[in-house]
Design a binder for this molecule. Sequence first.
Ligand SMILES: [Zn+2]
Length: 139
Amino acid sequence: MKRGKKCPDCKEVNDSGASFCVWCGTNISDVTIGDHPEEETTRRNIDNSFPGTPVTYVSRYKTAIFVSNLVSFFGWVLVAMGVLFAVIGLYSSLSMIGMLPDLGTAVSGLFLVMGGQITKATVDNADHTREILQRLPER
Ligand SMILES: [Zn+2]
């Protein structure tokens, strides 16, 4: 149960102290405070506030995504090259010490991949936050 004022216009339940409905702006200062079952307090489905609007997902950070993909790609190339040269070095010189610079290259490559993925995650997060803000009902 939620105690509050039920809007006569849109049927949403507002806080007891509210003067105007937070959902549609109707003056509810004269509405009597009462107890309402939980299902009456359920907020409107956010999708319904934009009827007929297809869910389009267009990133504003195309360049950042492109760059982060590029960085990840070069990272993997470095990893592959480092591992390859390390294996070749091991077979040709039969010494573990000769592998170290190549393994260093592979590790740097991994960090590049990581950096690229972090950038992409940040960009995705920014896009999703923007979309959430757009889908919130206008107050
Ligand atoms: Zn209302």
